[in-house]
Each structure stands twice: as C-alpha cells, then as structure tokens.
Design a protein around this ligand. Structure first.
Ligand code: UDX
Ligand code: ADP
Length: 462
C-alpha cells in the first residue's frame, strides 16, 4: 500500500504542525490540510501562521507550495487522498447526556460522513484527534453505511503526543509514535503504510503498533498521568506553604529517584491547555459508562485539585490585599496556558482573572503572544459581562505599563521574559506595599524580599 497523497481534516494546533512536519520529511508525498475555516486556512497560507510555535515558520516554509498545501476545498482534498488524518476538534460536550464530561464527537462524525460521500477505491482513515475509546467503531460504521460500494476503508488510531510550545521538537524527535490498527491482513497492511511514513525520520524501535483500543486509550491515560503529576505536586505546594518547605526543593529531592523522575513536577497555579482536563473528564465518563465509579472518582480528583489550586490562589490574593481588591489595580503577567504559545484554552489565567473581576478588581493584563481580542473573548466566555470587561480590563503592551500604579503584580504564565524583569523598576512603579503573587515561581523570592516587595510564591513557605 503506497501512500502518494495525504489529506488532513482540521488545520488546528495539531493538524497544521503535524502535517507540516510530515510534508517536510517526506517530499515525495503530497500533503493537503483542509479546513472549512477560511480565515485559518488563509493564515496558514500567509507569513503570519495562526499557531505560534517556535521553529514552525521554517518547517512550513520548507514545504509549503512544494508538497504542503492548505485549502478550504475539503471534498476535493479528501477525494484525491490515499490516507486521511482526522484532526478536527473534540471539545467536551456542553449539553445533554454526558454534558461537562463526554467528548463532543459531532465534528468527527461529520468528517466521517464527508469522507464516505466523496470516496472511491481504498483509503486509510487515521484518527489523530483525541477521542474516546471505541470511536473507531463508530467511524467504521458511518463509513460502511454511507459510502459507494467500491469504496473500502481501513481505520487506524494514531494519537498525537506533541505539547504546545515544543511542537516542532516533539514532532521531529518524539519519544514514541503510537499506531493502533485492526489485527487483520488489511489492518496490518494499513498500519505498515503509516509506519513507513514516520520511518522516514523516526527510528523504527520508537514506532509502537498496538490494537485499536489500546492506542485510543493510551492517549487518554498518558494525559491523565501527566496531569496527575501536576495535581500531586500542586497538592504538596499547599503543604509546603503551610510548613515552611520549598516545593522546588521537594520536587528535586523526589525527582532524583529514578522511579519517579524529575519532569513534570513544577508546581503552578494549575494546569491548563486543551487536553488535560478534557481528557481526564473523558476518562471519567468512560469509567462511569463501563460501570467503574471508583476508578472514575479517583481520576476526577485530579481535576478537583486543579480547580482548588486556582481558587486558593485567588483567595490568597484577596486575603493578603486586606480582604478587598475592589477598585484596586492588579497587574497580570501572562495569559497563555503555558509559555511559548498563543493558546489560551483552559488557561488558569482565565479563571483567576474572572474571579478577581468578580471581586471588582481592575486588571492590567500583559501577555507577549495572546491578542487583546482573545483575552476579552475568553473572559466573556466564562461569564464576565461586556460592561465589566470594558471598565475593568486593560490590556497592557509591556509588564511595566501593567505594573504602573498597581497594588499587586500576579504572574500566571512562565514566559522566560518574566525571569529577567527589572524588579527595582517594577517596585518603583507600584503602590506600596507592593505585593507580588507568583503563580509560576518564575521570580526569585529572595530578590523580591530584598527589594521590599511583599511576596507570595506558589509552594514556598515563609
Ligand atoms: C499536553 C501533553 O503534554 C501532550 O503530550 C499532549 O499531546 C497534549 O497535552 P500541552 O497541553 O500542550 O500538552 O502542554 P503541557 O506542557 O503538557 O502543559 C500542560 C499544562 O500543565 C500547562 O498549563 C503547564 O503550564 C502545566 N504544567 C506542566 C505545570 O503546571 N507543571 C509542570 O510541571 C508541567
Ligand atoms: P486541535 O487542537 O485538536 O488541533 P483545533 O480546534 O485547533 O483542535 O482545530 C480543529 C480544526 O478542525 C478547526 O480549525 C475546525 O475548523 C476544523 N474542522 C472541524 N470539522 C472539520 C471538518 N469536517 N473538515 C475539516 N475541518 C474541520
């Protein structure tokens, strides 16, 4: 089964960068990324890509126009492809059965229906979006019921493990590639066809093949384990603050045990991003659906702890500022859910800012990559009224403008530039006492104290 032409449905954070890397590494394969969002497609075809990722511009430039194309002509792109990645969004369902937990599969289903409609001959369909276990069955059923008699399909699962901000490095040099397929001669051949694409630049021993359900489940479980580590260290951050311990020292001490390992132990104001919460809730829903309430409850706690971490941070701010932030200017540094991305989905900053606005604070928000419109839209989506956004939210163009006249400065994203802030200048600009609440432990507690700030750094006991 030789693959000459690939189509990817969905030009989002996953589809765009992943296809750019495949096109760059496989010049003999034509790769077309198709999305109905014309604005997004135009941006992929422009000099300002819709996704900010270090190094991505160069990867796109190496292949675009040669064998990498972005289009809104979805039907034509699907019809021409030997292999189709489905990389459409799978948000948490906000209505009806499973609301707030189950994945909303309407985009996956409509993609499958479209593929069925326009396909002739044989095609390999690859689930890239994170989806609940057994979605491949649903896709297969839709394809079988809606396609012409001469169309045949193999369905594979190939979850993406890239993290935003490091997408290019993760795609170039992944820990592993996971491909799940049916254990039939046809399924094996389809798996081999996809393996041979990745094998163009990834050592074979890092390409893992499994059955379909193991592959689908592994993606949810990987994200659940990663998020669990963060909730675990965040739970300890509260204990460190109470006891006088330092969470970074504890993390180093436990991380040197090779069974625990040093990564993903950075205490924070909470994890965000489009995957962790969504995937855990998905896992919880799966467990409930399969009659495993104890397992569901166990994983639900990871999300509960994360919510608590955000709300206790806000409480700390309000209590410290003499129990009121009413009309007080608070400089907020960072709005993205992590550094080196313009993505704000589920960013802890959204919830911290919402709760401070509920207390009638005035926010001066600075983020180096997130647009003012995105910040205002995110706040509106979590219920902050347009009037309050107009009167109490200012978007600053640099950290010093945000800090000018502020009662407090709050860091919510670990952007590198915050580590080298001119703290004496910030101190001079702020009202006194000058309070700092460092939700990412990016500032030096000792320096802050020496300069006269009243500081609180997450996980650092006084
Ligand atoms: C995650 C997974 O890492 C990736 O494998 C999967 O494909 C998608 O979901 P992503 O959400 O892009 O990737 O970023 P990640 O680096 O995992 O960070 C998620 C959140 O956890 C961020 O808000 C980050 O700031 C936070 N985090 C991460 C911590 O608070 N502490 C840590 O030690 C690590
Ligand atoms: P992810 O982070 O998983 O990449 P995004 O929400 O960033 O998710 O991107 C998903 C993209 O998929 C969106 O740009 C959306 O317009 C697109 N999309 C949804 N349904 C379809 C479809 N049937 N065909 C093509 N693109 C689709």
């Amino acid at each position: 089964m030789k693959i000459n032409s690939i189509c990817c449905l969905g030009a989002g954070y996953v589809g765009g960068p992943t296809m750019a890397m495949i096109a760059s590494k496989c010049p003999h394969i034509q790769v077309t990324v198709a999305d109905m969002n014309a604005q997004r497609v135009d941006a992929w075809n422009s000099d300002v890509l819709p996704v900010y990722e270090p190094g991505l511009d160069a990867v796109v430039a190496s292949a675009r126009g040669r064998n990498l194309h972005f289009t809104t002509e979805i039907r034509a792109a699907v019809a021409a492809a030997d292999l189709i990645f489905v990389s459409v969004g799978t948000p948490t369902k906000s209505y009806g059965i499973g609301a707030g937990r189950a994945a909303d599969l309407r985009y996956v289903e409509s993609a499958a229906r479209l593929i069925a409609e326009v396909s002739h001959g044989h095609k390999i369909i690859v689930e890239k979006s994170t989806i609940p276990v057994k979605t491949a069955s649903a896709i297969k059923a839709i394809l079988a019921a809606n396609s012409s008699s001469e169309a045949t399909f193999d369905v594979l699962s190939n979850p993406e493990f890239l993290a935003e901000g490091t997408a290019v490095a993760d795609l170039e040099n992944p820990d592993r590639i996971l491909i799940g397929g049916e254990l039939t001669p046809g399924g094996n051949a389809a798996v081999e066809a996809l393996v041979s694409i990745y094998a163009q630049w990834i050592p074979r021993q890092r390409i893992l093949t499994t059955n379909l359900w193991s592959s689908e489940l592994s993606k949810l479980v990987a994200n659940a384990f990663l998020a669990q580590r963060i909730s675990s260290i965040n739970s300890i951050s509260a204990l460190c603050e109470a006891t006088g311990a330092d969470v970074d020292e504890v993390a180093s001490a436990i991380g040197m045990d090779s069974r625990i390992g040093p990564k993903f132990l950075k205490a924070s104001v909470g994890f965000g991003g489009s995957c962790f919460q969504k995937d855990i809730l998905n896992l919880v829903y799966l467990c409930e659906s399969f009659g495993l309430p104890h397992v569901a409850e166990y994983w639900r706690q990871v999300v509960h702890l994360n919510d608590w971490q955000k709300s206790r941070f806000v409480e700390k701010i309000v209590r410290t500022l003499f129990n009121t932030v009413n009309n007080k200017r608070i400089a907020v540094l960072g709005f993205a859910f992590k550094k080196d991305t313009n993505d704000t989905r589920e960013s802890p900053a959204i919830y911290v800012c919402r709760d401070l606005l509920r207390e009638h604070a005035h926010l001066a928000i600075y983020d180096p990559r997130v647009s003012p419109d995105a910040i205002r839209n995110d706040l509106a989506h979590v219920g902050v009224s347009p009037e309050l956004i107009a009167t109490n939210v200012e978007i600053s163009t640099n950290p010093y403008a945000a800090a000018a006249g502020a009662h407090a400065l709050v860091t919510l994203t670990e952007w590198d530039e915050f580590r080298t802030l001119d703290l004496p200048r910030i101190y001079d600009l702020m009202l006194k006492p000058a309070f700092v609440f460092d939700g990412r432990a990016v500032l030096s507690n000792e320096s802050l104290t020496a300069l006269g700030f009243e500081s609180f750094v997450i996980g650092k006991g006084q």
